[in-house]
Write a protein that binds this ligand. Structure first.
Ligand code: FE2
Length: 389
């Protein structure tokens, strides 16, 4: 699992060359990078303290350093939505549409009792990996918009996407990512044979209904066997995502070492997406609230180390989520790639303070005096953020 490294646009500076006004993003001590004490150097004292501490190098954020610090700054251009981003957004939209079509086809064929074709699922998995490896912000924003009646389709795409993103984060290779994606697409295919009334029932299921719901894993087993060609990893993702480490899960009550890492990952991605989705009977949870629940399910149900890694991978303010800034404006986290978790670009459109829409503005948190105050769940807003995605 990777150590988090400073972003690429930071400058590594020997402590002896530090000046007042420079913004220290991280310090490097004995080869380890520490970002705990980020901040601007404002006084001679602070400078002297750093020199005395024996630290040899620091990472300076040029953009956030003041003019007088002697660092040459790029001409500040007003931040506009990138044209490039429009193209990516369209591509992401197309990919999502393609994914839904594919899953719709898989589900309807399964419903008709036909065997699932593996090749289109694999081809789609490859496309998804390309998106995640290039720049996933656009896809995250597009897929953050959930339609209440397409839960199964969107949940399947999102679990696949989360597994690829998570797999990349912990350094898995491309072939493994493809198998995870295919497993994610297929993971709930058995639900097509579950009674619709139970599948979409608001609120808690009775014991009897839950037993019926659990059957989706028994159906999945038959469907996967008939499909032929799905790798063991893809099959495990599909057939083990409701197992729990203490053996209380289903369908087989597998325990501890019987659950390989990819199966443990699928349990985490499945629960996280279910919690953060809007359903016809429940509102979406913010990522932070969902993380809390995931952590409460460790270590008995979920793998604790992997949950921590997942939290680090998704981040408290993932692209597509809503945040409130310190001036009371609300916006969508728009760009988070190659940035630390607290400094994304935020697309603001509403003021909670004044209870009205504002001009749409892209705020780069790296360059702004403002801070992110908190994550906001869509349901807590009295306005609909959809048009701004
Ligand atoms: Fe499931």
């Amino acid at each position: 699992m990777e150590e988090s490294a400073p972003a690429e646009d930071l400058l590594k500076v020997p402590v002896s060359k530090l000046r007042i006004g420079m913004f220290v993003q991280a310090i490097e001590n004995n080869g380890r990078v520490n970002i705990a004490n980020a901040g601007q150097i404002r006084t001679k004292d602070a400078l002297a303290k750093l020199i005395k501490s024996g630290i040899k190098f620091v990472w300076v954020d040029v953009e956030r350093s003041s003019e007088g610090s002697g660092l040459k700054k790029k001409a500040a251009a007003p931040l506009k939505p990138k044209k490039n981003r429009d193209v990516q957004q369209q591509k992401a939209q197309a990919l999502l549409g393609e994914a839904k079509d594919l899953i719709r086809k898989v589900l309807s064929e399964t419903f008709e009792g036909k065997a699932v074709e593996v090749a289109p699922v694999e081809a789609f998995a490859d496309n998804m990996i390309e998106t995640v490896l290039q720049d996933a912000d656009a896809f995250k924003c597009v897929s953050a918009l959930r339609t209440k009646d397409a839960y199964l389709l969107e949940h399947s795409v999102n679990v696949a996407f989360l597994l690829v993103t998570f797999g990349k984060h912990i350094g898995l290779d491309k072939s493994m990512l493809a198998q995870l994606a295919a497993g994610g697409i297929m993971h709930d295919v058995g639900k097509v044979k579950v009674d619709d009334k139970i599948l979409n029932k608001p609120g808690r299921l009775t014991q009897e209904e839950f037993e019926h719901m659990k059957m989706h894993q028994t159906f999945a087993k038959e469907i996967m066997r008939e499909a032929e060609g799905f790798s063991q990893i893809s099959q495990d993702v599909c057939l083990m995502h409701h197992e729990k480490l203490d053996g209380t899960g289903y369908p087989n009550g597998l325990k501890g070492d019987e659950l390989p890492m990819h199966a443990r990952m699928s349990c985490i991605a499945d629960i996280y997406d279910a919690l953060t989705a809007t359903r016809c009977y429940k509102e979406a949870m913010s990522p932070a609230a969902a993380f809390k629940i995931l952590l409460s399910l460790t270590p008995h149900h979920l793998d604790q180390k992997l949950v921590y890694e997942f939290v680090r991978c998704v981040g408290v303010y993932p692209a597509g989520s809503l945040v409130e800034l310190s001036d009371g404006r609300v916006g969508i986290v728009w760009e988070s790639k190659d940035r630390d978790a607290l400094h994304p670009v935020v697309k603001c459109f509403y003021s909670l303070k004044h209870k009205r829409y504002t001009d749409v503005a892209m705020i780069d948190m790296k360059k702004s005096e403002l801070n992110i105050e908190r994550g906001v769940s869509p349901s807590s807003l009295d306005v609909d953020p959809t048009p701004f995605y």
